[in-house]
Design a binder for this molecule. Structure first.
Ligand code: HEC
Ligand code: HEC
Ligand code: HEC
Ligand code: HEC
Ligand code: HEC
Length: 446
């Protein structure tokens, strides 16, 4: 009896202990770099995994050009102007370069200085995580316990370099959620990938993030380990054209096949999210844009652009491309007086956009997620959801008799082009990626 309650007490104390370890913003400056090993130490045995991680965005989360630009040109100066944003700009590092954050090295040296901040989301960051503190996983509330013990997914392994300990948490979506969900100082969810997943069909069917982003392949997890299936560390996502390709399946059909010159055609386009475990787009939704471009091509090759038929829901104007301006709040950190902003969309006017707009205090769209006061209509495509768009084609007078082909193309870009151009972000970040395409046709006679 006494023994049992003592055991219970110990378990209780154990979980209290990990709850009381610093996490999230409280972890700032509680560790030193020296407590963590460099990725190159792991490389000597985990040869393949190291190579994969090097290619992935995880190893570039601090050094990647757009991250550097947004952090050093917008977030850090904004924190100097407005004290509310100082902890926010320090907090960027809690997810993008956790060792720097925990070592209290904020603002870290720029990437060109080659400091340890450049390790970004390293092996040690992920394999010293023992759990998380709080109810929801968000805002880097993982608990890091550096030392000889590395936490991994498998039981009973031995290594000459470290102790390995199986940890259930590393296999769960909430583990990823500690960095993939984010709430800003105004209580707004500015990133909610794991929360979107939790509401969708893949959580019900117990398909965690890992199954899609760390698929297994044959190999050795370490030089001296035996052959087996090893979780790949490529973390493919929005930077991989193959991952983005065919995320949405497009089906399209006209209401009639054979028409006279003066008739009006209605096209229905169905967009089915076949691939993502969360909404599309997800993550840095303030930057991302997906849009559907539909055109008709007549028998002489003349092209006519079709605008989407409005559905009439609240906030819809943000989901139909226009020439409006936005993002004027960038003028604050850039110290530009009366900055008018840049074009909101940079895609053909009239195209349907799948997005959720983020608004600043003046109700103008912002890409500075920390400065977001409200979110607009969520017109993204959920996991296994189908959205239906209609297009009305009023036959132009000059259309040629014969076959008319309709072509629908969905594109995606990681950063709205006008913002990328204004901030000198390399083109590859805003270059449209083709998600999918579909065709149909009608026959026109006199
Ligand atoms: C001297 C070689 C060596 C070095 C250096 C080394 N490891 Fe290991 N590690 C191993 C071996 C061997 C295993 C067991 C692999 C097996 O049997 O499948 C292992 C297992 C692991 C596991 C457990 C995997 C699982 O499936 O649960 C993790 C996590 C891990 N290592 C992380 C690291 C990290 C992080 C570093 C760098 C700080 C590192 N290792 C450095 C040899 C090494
Ligand atoms: C310690 C924080 C942290 C944890 C834990 C974490 N991530 Fe990330 N992840 C990041 C950051 C930061 C980026 C952004 C990299 C960049 O700057 O582009 C990212 C990017 C990604 C990307 C996008 C790559 C791209 O091409 O855009 C994928 C996919 C991803 N993570 C999946 C996962 C999965 C799956 C897990 C859990 C197994 C996970 N992450 C756990 C911090 C984390
Ligand atoms: C973003 C977090 C993250 C980073 C960065 C990361 N890992 Fe992992 N690692 C994981 C997760 C999650 C798993 C478990 C995957 C699963 O089982 O589905 C894992 C699994 C492993 C395994 C066991 C693989 C297997 O299937 O047997 C080893 C070994 C390992 N990691 C070593 C490393 C090394 C070495 C690095 C750096 C080069 C590294 N990890 C970087 C999250 C990470
Ligand atoms: C059923 C498969 C599946 C599951 C489960 C899944 N994802 Fe994804 N994820 C994808 C695909 C496909 C993409 C590429 C399309 C895109 O960019 O949204 C993607 C993209 C991403 C991106 C880049 C998004 C962007 O637009 O910048 C991140 C980050 C990400 N996933 C993280 C996660 C995390 C974290 C989880 C678990 C909470 C998860 N994913 C679960 C399939 C999946
Ligand atoms: C709670 C964790 C977290 C915090 C805090 C955070 N980020 Fe991120 N950030 C991420 C993750 C995860 C991604 C990847 C999402 C995706 O792929 O869509 C990301 C993506 C980005 C991207 C886009 C990268 C790309 O390659 O497209 C930029 C830029 C960025 N963050 C900058 C910042 C800045 C600046 C701050 C501080 C104001 C910040 N982040 C705070 C987790 C975080």
């Amino acid at each position: 009896m006494f023994k049992q309650s003592l055991a219970l007490l110990m378990i209780g104390l154990g979980s209290l202990w990990s709850q009381s370890l610093p996490s999230g913003e409280h972890a700032l400056g509680t560790k030193t770099y020296d407590q963590y090993e460099k990725p190159e130490v792991c490389q000597s045995c985990h040869v393949d995994i190291y190579m994969q991680w090097r290619q992935s965005m995880m190893s570039q989360a601090y050094t990647h050009h757009w991250d550097e630009i947004e952090y050093f040109d917008l977030a850090v100066p904004h924190g100097e102007i407005n004290p509310v944003y100082k902890p926010v700009s320090d907090g960027c590092n809690g997810c993008h370069t956790p060792l720097a954050f925990m070592a209290g090295d904020v603002t870290p040296p720029k990437p060109s200085e080659g400091s340890r901040a450049n390790e970004s989301v390293s092996c040690e960051v992920c394999h010293t995580i023992s759990g998380f503190a709080g109810g929801d996983a968000f805002n880097f509330n993982y608990v890091s316990e550096p030392g000889r013990t590395k936490f991994g997914p498998k039981p009973g392994l031995s290594s000459p370099h470290h102790i390995t300990k199986e940890n259930d948490f590393i296999k769960q979506a909430e583990y990823c959620g500690t960095c993939h969900n984010e709430m800003n100082p105004y209580g707004i969810w500015v990133k909610s990938t794991q929360l979107e997943w939790a509401e969708g069909p893949y959580a019900d069917q117990k398909v965690p993030c890992h199954q899609c982003h760390m698929p297994k392949a044959h190999g050795r997890s370490a030089k001296m380990a035996s052959e087996g299936l090893v979780a790949q560390h490529l973390f493919h996502g929005a930077h991989d054209p193959g991952k983005v390709a065919s995320v949405i399946e497009i089906r399209m059909h006209p209401n009639v096949r054979e028409v006279e010159v003066d008739e009006t055609i209605t096209l229905q386009v169905q967009l089915f999210n076949a691939k993502t475990g969360h909404k599309f787009p997800t993550g840095s939704v303030e930057d991302r844009i997906a849009w559907l471009h539909v055109k008709a091509i007549d028998s002489e090759g003349k092209e006519y652009h079709l605008s989407v038929d409005p559905k009439g829901f609240e906030g819809e104007s943000y989901t139909i491309a226009s020439d409006d301006m936005a993002y004027s709040d960038m003028g604050i950190p850039l110290k530009l007086k009366d900055f008018a902003g840049v074009a909101r969309d940079g895609v053909p006017v009239g195209d349907r956009i799948f997005r959720m707009p983020y608004f600043d205090e003046n109700g103008i769209m912002t890409i500075m997620q920390w400065n977001t006061r409200s979110l607009g209509v969520d017109y993204r495509i959920g996991p296994r959801e189908t959205k239906i768009e209609t297009y009305t084609f009023i036959m132009p007078d000059d259309i040629a008799i014969g076959k008319v082909t309709f072509e629908a193309k969905m594109y995606y870009s990681r950063l709205v082009k006008p913002v990328a151009e204004y901030l000198n972000v390399p083109d590859e970040e805003s270059e449209p990626m083709l998600v999918n395409t579909a065709n149909t046709w009608i026959e026109i006679y006199e």
